[in-house]
Design a protein around this ligand. Structure first.
Ligand code: MSP
Length: 523
């Protein structure tokens, strides 16, 4: 079982392009694993508690529950628009989640992993955490990333994180794929080195924050939002659940032959996922063999700068989908970033990559394969006769591209997989230009050769349709319909062999699937 989860998005504002990228990537990786023939489960959702939500709701004069319900709806509507299809939906205000968080807290307390103490110190309202001297910048101040910093003295509950950091270090050192890509693991190990042993404050006094999950053993406190949110990965997977909760069977999802993958952005590796979460799981009794793999993606920036409300440069995925179409947006977000690294979001590149690789290259190939078959061979594809060196080279390009696609997707690198498809499409267009089916058509002696050439082009379209499926699921439907091969959508990678199209197969009328975007306007 391939069990993939993503970070759950904060519900204190509208979804932006960063949220959309992560969810589309998760959707693509899940669809790809199904294409491989594997069972897959994709869990995502929203993070609804915490001080920021409470404050924003207060500012807007609404109660936090209605506030988060409205924002949550913006996320679910966007996922529907963008074709992000998840199997499980995590909302942290869900009673089933609360029950699980409280059960975990009670168990940790019984295992002597939690204690109460008083602490006085600097507190970042924005990051909702106490700060230490290590958080000061070179000039000794708390930098702007912490927002407003106040001095607070209060009693709280703590998790004995420091008891687990030695284990964490050795687990990370021994487990090659604990964090992907590898350079992010080095960052995590460096952070551990710098800050090896403070415990984690896991409560907030209700006097200050009421919008959270109450501690089951001390009703004056609610659970710290990160401790609550991280637990979604197990609570909605059925951990501590009963049959009546209608959640998956935890053993099926988590304790399987393949460790779960948590897809997160680089900003929430240290300390939240890389330190807190792995130590929490260790304290809960999860063995090393069941620790999740952390797949860390980079950020989309805008002209080299971080997207932020204060800079006013937030990109709205809904507007982009309306303007350029879902296919173009999904294609761009998967094509122009290497998983793990940052990229610059640039609408002119979106238009250029879509127009070049889909509208022109693939569009041209589809047009040649389907239109010429309609015009020259009455819509019937014939396998034809002898294969030439050019035909064999095309077949071999397809085999290489498919293998490269698979290797890249297995390494979560969708951009490289798309480049592999593109290479084959370019090869096919070169082949068409050399074989000149329009010339072959003029000479009745060459009609068998014409059939072979058209078959090679159409067969390539059929293969590319299947390979593009995870990235552009709706396009697969349209291309499969034009080829009159509805079963393409059900094929697995191992079904891809030369000859998907039977001899004398009749295709349907072609229609452009990737219309060119005409957009002169720079965004
Ligand atoms: N609620 C926490 C996560 C809790 S997980 C138990 C959170 N939410 S968030 O809304 O701020 O971010 C959600 C995800 O979007 C994170 O993985 C984050 O890295 C990702 N991104 C936020 N901005 C991004 C970009 N500009 N680009 C790519 N991803 C970005 O953190």
């Amino acid at each position: 079982m391939f069990f993939l989860t993503t970070a759950i998005d904060y519900t204190n504002g509208s979804p932006h392009i960063g949220h959309a990228y992560e969810k589309i990537l998760a959707d693509v990786l899940t669809r790809y694993r199904r294409l491989r023939g594997d069972e897959a489960y994709f869990l995502t959702g929203v993070d609804q508690h915490g001080q920021k939500v409470q404050q924003t709701a207060e500012k807007e004069g609404v109660d936090p529950a209605s506030f988060v319900a409205e924002i949550t709806q913006r996320f679910t509507a966007l996922w529907e628009t963008l074709g992000v299809e998840f199997d499980g939906w995590a909302e942290t205000t869900d009673d089933r989640h609360k029950k699980c968080v409280q059960a975990i807290l009670s168990n940790l307390k019984a295992a002597d992993q939690l204690y109460k103490k008083s602490h006085s110190g600097h507190y970042s309202v924005r990051q909702e955490q106490f700060l230490s001297d290590r958080d000061r910048d070179e000039s000794g101040n708390f930098g702007p990333e912490w927002g407003e910093v106040v001095i607070i003295e209060e009693e709280n509950w703590y998790f004995k994180l420091s008891e687990h950091t030695a284990w964490l270090k050795s687990y990370l050192e021994q487990t090659q794929d604990a964090v992907i890509p590898a350079f992010r693991k080095s960052e995590l190990l460096n952070a551990l080195e710098r800050n090896p042993g403070t415990d984690l404050c896991i409560s907030r006094p209700k006097a200050r924050l009421h919008w959270g999950i109450e501690l089951p053993f001390d009703s004056d406190f609610v659970t710290y939002v990160w401790f609550d949110a991280l637990i979604n990965y197990v609570s909605f997977a059925g951990y501590h659940a009963e049959a009546a909760d209608h959640l998956p069977n935890f053993q099926n999802l988590w304790t399987s032959d393949e460790r779960p993958v948590h897809l997160i952005g680089k900003d929430i590796l240290v300390p939240a996922h890389g330190i807190y979460w792995l130590c929490m799981l260790h304290a809960m009794g999860f063995p090393d063999a069941e620790m999740p793999r952390l797949l860390v993606h980079g950020w989309w920036n805008i002209r080299g700068e971080k997207m932020s409300k204060s800079l006013g440069n937030i990109v709205d995925p809904k507007e982009l989908a309306e303007k350029f179409g879902v296919n173009a947006l999904r294609y761009y977000l998967m094509r122009d970033i290497v998983t793990g690294k940052d990229a610059d979001f640039d609408p002119s590149r979106l238009v250029m990559l879509y127009n070049t690789e889909l509208a022109n290259e693939l569009g041209n190939l589809c047009n040649r394969a389907l239109n010429m078959t309609q015009r020259f061979t009455a819509g019937i594809l014939h396998r034809g006769g002898m294969t030439s060196d050019d035909d064999l080279a095309l077949q071999s390009s397809l085999i290489t591209s498919t293998a490269d696609y698979r290797a890249a997707m297995d390494e979560f690198n969708v951009a490289a997989a798309l480049e592999a498809i593109s290479r084959h499409v370019v090869h096919c267009n070169g082949y068409a230009e050399r074989m000149k089916p329009w010339e072959l058509n003029k000479d009745p002696q060459k009609h068998e050769r014409l059939a072979t050439v058209l078959y090679h082009l159409a067969e390539s379209v059929a293969h590319c349709t299947v390979l593009l499926g995870p990235i552009l699921p709706t396009a697969v439907g349209s291309l499969a319909a034009q080829l009159k091969l509805p079963h393409l959508a059900q094929l697995h990678l191992h079904d891809l062999h030369w000859g998907l199209i039977a001899d004398a197969h009749e295709i349907d009328k072609p229609a452009p699937v990737f219309p060119r975007i005409i957009d002169a306007e720079p965004a």
